[in-house]
Structure formats: structure tokens, C-alpha cells
Design a protein around this ligand. Structure first.
Ligand SMILES: NC(=O)c1ccc[n+]([C@@H]2O[C@H](COP(=O)([O-])OP(=O)(O)OC[C@H]3O[C@@H](n4cnc5c(N)ncnc54)[C@H](OP(=O)(O)O)[C@@H]3O)[C@@H](O)[C@H]2O)c1
Length: 280
């Protein structure tokens, strides 16, 4: 990812200095605009905008702790995946060393960087965002979410939660049909258009959740959505029911609390307010 970010800004004409723990991984970076240094300190000193893309929050501190004196007066943009609390802690740490801090959540894979559909979320120092926005936009759409440094990571991980739960649902379905000799590929060809057609329902569920009235007429009720057949069919086929049983658990908690006639969107309450939601 670091290579994709560096290549894109260099191709846009920004002189770029790169550093990587293992030398020589810069690949075919444009040497006219990019130089590779063996020293973190030299990399930090080379520019007023310092972009960090490493493995995790610990590696960011491991790399930058020895050169904190060089951070003073610079902007640090950290696009390493971190938890919101880790991002806030990095923001406080950067501030203590005189650096303006922006946290980024990359919602793209390396080949997408700089192209259509690339999205990088930002939060943290608003002045730093405005100052460097034209550079950050080289990587893709670059919305600013707010001055809480943890917001970009929160949003990033929330988006990934939806993605991983969806993929796990696909794996579950593929395992079910495999028991009848159907390949995952054949199943995917049916599942992609079906699930794609369902995705816009996010907006309908969002309207119910934001409105707070789970009894709005016309919704599929929790009692109707209890997933008993789905769980039973999985068990009968010898497939682990965990993925769908987890969703069933969210629904059951609301039914048990007396909300069975309410819409499926009420399952949100089992997640958002695990101790009090059932009573809402
Ligand atoms: N790839 C994606 O699709 C994607 C998408 C969104 C976000 N991200 C995020 O971007 C970050 C980088 O991902 P990636 O795909 O580029 O991973 P990667 O290919 O595994 O690269 C990790 C980088 O971190 C360096 N590193 C790891 N531990 C280190 C340490 N203790 N000290 C110094 N350097 C260290 C590695 O250096 P060496 O070369 O020396 O090992 C390498 O340059 C991650 O936080 C990831 O979650 C990636």
C-alpha cells in the first residue's frame, strides 16, 4: 500500500522520499521524483508532509519514537489501520511532539489508489486537512469526518464490519450448497445479483433506525425473520450454523423482550444496546 501511495503522489508531480524497514521494496518507483532513504530521520526531515503506512499502531510508534524531535512543525498523516482509541492516542502523542495529526482510513486495495472508486477517510487536525487536501485527493475521494482523530478508524472498521459479515454470509451459503454438489463459483453467480439487489435496503433500514419507530407498518416482522428454517437446514446438512445462528440470536433477544411484531430492523438494538436495547 505504501508503494501505491508513493507512486501516485510522485506521478502527480510531488517530490517524494520513501523509507521502508526492508530496503529495496520501493520497486519501480519513478526515480525522477522519488528518492529512497535508509534513514527514518532523513525521510521525516525531507518533507513537511509525512505519511505513515505500516502494519499497525505499534509499528508506527516503533518507527517514529526514535525521531520525535524531527516531527516538530510537520504534518503526520497516518494511514496505517488502527483502532479508534489507537488513532486518538497517536494524535495526542503527535501533538506532544509538535506535529499536526491526521488519521486516514483507506477504503481501497493498492491497485485502486488514485483511480475511480478509491476512498480514503480522514479525521483529526482540520487545518492540516485543508492544507494538504490537494495532495491527499491524489489517492482518491478524501472526505473529512471531523476533528476527533479516531473517527476515520471508527468509520473504516464499521464499513469493514459490514463487508466481513457479508462475506461470511456468502461462505455460509457456499458451504450449504456444496453439500448438494454445487460449486462455490456457481453459487456466487446466483448470489452476486441477488445480494446486490438487496443492498439498497440499507437505506430503508437506516430510515427506521434513525426514526426510532420499529413498528412502522409494511416491514418484515422479527417473528417472520427468525431464521429457524435456515439454521435447521444448515444443521441438517452438517454445516456449522454459527454465522446464521448469530443473526438469529440478535432477533431472538428482541422477540424474547416482547418485540416480535416489530420490524427486522429492531435487531439493530441487540447490537447497539446489548443490555438495555431489548427494553427500548
Ligand atoms: N493492502 C490493502 O489492501 C490495504 C487496504 C486498506 C488499508 N491497508 C492498511 O495499510 C497498512 C499497510 O498494509 P499493506 O497491505 O501495505 O501491508 P504489507 O504489505 O504487509 O506491508 C506492511 C509494511 O509495514 C512494514 N512494517 C511492518 N512491521 C514493521 C515494523 N515493526 N517496523 C517497521 N516497518 C514495519 C513492512 O515493512 P517490511 O517490508 O520491512 O516488512 C511493510 O512495509 C496496514 O495497516 C493495512 O491495514 C491496507
Amino acid at each position: 500500500m505504501g508503494r501505491a501511495l508513493a507512486t501516485t503522489v510522485a506521478a502527480a508531480g510531488h517530490p517524494t522520499t520513501v523509507w521502508n524497514r526492508t530496503p529495496g521494496r520501493a520497486g519501480d518507483l519513478d526515480t525522477a521524483r522519488t528518492s529512497e532513504t535508509r534513514s527514518v530521520r532523513d525521510a521525516v526531515r525531507a518533507s513537511t508532509l509525512v505519511v505513515v503506512c505500516l502494519l499497525d499502531a505499534a509499528s508506527v510508534r516503533e518507527v517514529l519514537d526514535p525521531v520525535t524531535d524531527a516531527l516538530d512543525g510537520r504534518t503526520l498523516v497516518n494511514v496505517t489501520t488502527t483502532t479508534p482509541e489507537q488513532s486518538r492516542a497517536l494524535g495526542t502523542w503527535a501533538d506532544a511532539h509538535g506535529a499536526a495529526y491526521l488519521d486516514g482510513g483507506i477504503m481501497a486495495v493498492p491497485p485502486m489508489i488514485g483511480g475511480d472508486g478509491s476512498l480514503v477517510l480522514y479525521s483529526g487536525d482540520p487545518a492540516a486537512y485543508e492544507r494538504w487536501r490537494s495532495v491527499l485527493e491524489r489517492w482518491g475521494e478524501s472526505p473529512y469526518l471531523g476533528d476527533d482523530a479516531g473517527l476515520a478508524a471508527l468509520y473504516d472498521l464499521a464499513m469493514l464490519a459490514g463487508m466481513y459479515a457479508m462475506f461470511a454470509g456468502f461462505f455460509h451459503g457456499a458451504a450449504m450448497v456444496a453439500t448438494a454438489g454445487i460449486s462455490a463459483r456457481a453459487f456466487a453467480e446466483s448470489a452476486v445479483p441477488f445480494v446486490s439487489a438487496m443492498v439498497p435496503a440499507f437505506l430503508e433500514y437506516a430510515a427506521v433506525i434513525d426514526g426510532g419507530d420499529y413498528g412502522v407498518p409494511g416491514q418484515q416482522s422479527l417473528e417472520f425473520s427468525v431464521l429457524s428454517d435456515m439454521v435447521q437446514a444448515s444443521v441438517d446438512a452438517g454445516v456449522a450454523p454459527d454465522v446464521v445462528a448469530a443473526v438469529q440470536g440478535l432477533i431472538r433477544a428482541q422477540i424474547d423482550a416482547g418485540h416480535g411484531k416489530d420490524g427486522f430492523a429492531r435487531a439493530y438494538e441487540s447490537i447497539a444496546r446489548p443490555t438495555t436495547g431489548a427494553a427500548r
